[in-house]
Design a protein around this ligand. Structure first.
Ligand code: ADP
Length: 501
């Protein structure tokens, strides 16, 4: 450098420097500008030199920021806040990054400020476009009903949308970038978000391990899990080439419910078909028996008439009439059974005390005749069809009276209690009892343990009817096979019916 005059070198540099260079005095008046500055701002030298620096700023606020930066001594070679919008003489603007250097004299006094402005319009535009694209993507992700998130190779959360936060349930408020997949799962599990892995269930560690395994080595198949509030979640984890994991969570509750309802309907239909098959077989068998008798006795009458056996004819005619009566009874009870549909229409709160009192009224004369002692405990209330429940109690108490022991004074006990969401009704007697081997069979249509009509009359429909009534209330009925002093029937009914059927 020593071979040339320094001033010459600096002048050449100043003249040829591609970025605008502007020198301001302490009063912020433009004192010098290189050719690049004049060209960039579009001014002839006379119209530029001597003007206040404010001339080149497009925006008052930005100029105020510029003054603020200056007062605060911000290093504008590096500060991010030193990009301003500049205005040319023709009114057009550009984005420029300003770098300033003060010119200090030997006494430390600032003589001037040198500013170099680099046009960063392209960069600013690119940054703005990128920001727009990113905002658009964020908005689209947030609008998605599906939960979406990306975890890095260290299983830390990178990106997620709003639906993902909601689906994380109790872990939702803690979702932030950096939290790990395992932490999220753990928080949700500890707060009972997964009914299949409740905190006090012994299965939860295995369940959690299974979930983490599916996160770490996904088999590319979506899984469906139950979560809080009876809801269902479709979970899909996808490993990307760069080791990240994309997770998709979709609430499929409606779909799952429809599927379950369909499956339930299918099972019900199958159940009803089987019941119908069995019913048809039994009915035809039981209706044929009296019919056979009728035809047999009418043949006998024919023979006896031909042989002139008058006394025998009368006896055969009596048998024939009995068979016909029996057939009428069977048909009547069958019709009765068929009319009690599964669907209940008259729902109300039913006081079982009233139902039992009604029953004792109806069966009164019968019970007095048999000298029955009733022991009736206070009974709970249930939700159901009062007419059907009356039929149920009548059948059970009627049987308890009918199947009394020949050598014991009959006692019939009715009691009940509320047990959680259920109500239990117990009808027991000290009668002849039932062999535990027939505990299920007695509830089938036409199944009687006493074929001799002369001792215990009946058609074998009563308990089948009782079962049908109980099941239409979503309840159950069983014979208590541990009870040996007589027969004890236990009916369980839900306190409140869920009207899903
Ligand atoms: P039915 O009384 O018309 O024969 P049910 O369906 O009411 O028909 O009862 C089926 C069978 O269960 C009866 O035939 C009887 O053998 C037996 N059974 C029902 N209740 C009692 C009871 N309380 N004690 C003894 N046996 C009973």
């Amino acid at each position: 450098m020593t071979t040339f005059g320094e001033e010459l070198v600096f002048k050449a540099l100043y003249e040829t420097f591609p970025d605008p260079v502007i020198i301001l005095d302490a009063g912020r008046v433009i004192r010098s500008a290189n050719p690049a500055a004049l060209a960039k701002f579009g001014y002839p030298v006379d119209a530029f030199i001597g003007q206040p620096a404010r001339l080149i700023y497009a925006d008052d606020q930005e100029y105020a920021r510029r003054l603020h930066n200056r007062a605060a001594g911000v290093d504008e070679r590096i500060a991010r806040t030193s990009t301003y919008s500049y205005i040319r003489r023709d009114g057009s603007t550009f984005s420029g990054h300003l770098r300033t250097t003060p010119l200090i004299d030997a006494d430390g006094k600032e003589l001037a400020l040198i500013g170099i402005i680099r046009d960063v319009s392209d960069l600013a535009r690119a940054v703005q476009e990128k920001q727009q694209a990113s905002d658009m993507l964020d908005a689209a992700l947030d609008a998605m009903p599906e939960g979406f998130a990306i975890f890095d190779a260290q299983e830390r959360l990178l990106v997620y949308n709003r639906a993902y936060v909601t689906i994380c349930g109790p872990a939702g408020p803690l979702i932030r970038p950096g939290i790990t997949a395992e932490e999220i799962l753990q928080i949700a599990q500890e707060n009972s978000h997964y009914p299949d892995a409740l905190p006090d269930s012994p299965d939860w560690p295995a369940w959690m391990a299974h979930r983490m395994q599916d996160f770490r080595q996904p088999d590319n198949r979506a899984k469906i899990y139950r979560y809080a509030d009876d809801r269902w979640l479709r979970v899909e984890n996808i490993k990307t080439k760069d080791g990240n994991t994309v997770v998709l969570r979709v609430d499929v509750t409606e779909l799952k419910r429809a599927e379950l309802a369909l499956e339930r309907q299918r099972q019900e239909l199958q159940h009803k078909n089987e019941a119908l098959d069995q019913f048809t077989a039994t009915v035809s068998h039981d209706l044929k028996a009296p019919l056979r008798h009728i035809s047999m006795f009418s043949e006998m009458i024919e023979d006896e008439l031909a042989a002139g056996n008058q006394e025998e004819v009368a006896a055969s005619a009596r048998h024939l009439r009995e068979s016909a009566r029996r057939m009428t009874r069977v048909i009547d009870s069958l019709l009765d059974y068929a009319q009690i549909a599964y669907q209940i229409t008259a729902w109300s709160e039913v006081d079982l005390d009233d139902i039992v009192a009604d029953t004792l009224g109806v069966l009164g004369s019968h019970a007095r005749e048999a000298d029955v002692t009733f022991e009736i405990a206070p009974l709970p209330k249930v939700h159901g069809d009062p007419e059907l429940l009356r039929r149920l109690v009548q059948n059970l108490v009627g049987n308890a009276i009918k199947y009394r022991h020949p050598h014991r004074r009959p006692i019939v006990r009715v009691s009940g209690r509320a047990a959680g969401q259920h109500v239990e009704l117990v009808v027991e007697d000290n009668g002849i009892g039932i062999d535990p081997r027939f505990a299920l069979r007695i509830f089938e249509v036409f199944q009687r343990l006493h074929q001799d009509e002369s001792i215990y009359g009946g058609t074998g429909i009563g308990l089948a009817l009782a079962k049908r009534i109980v099941e239409s209330h979503n309840g159950s009925i069983r014979l208590d096979t541990g009870f040996t002093e007589g027969a004890r029937f236990v009916v369980t009914l839900p306190k409140r019916m869920r009207k899903t059927r």
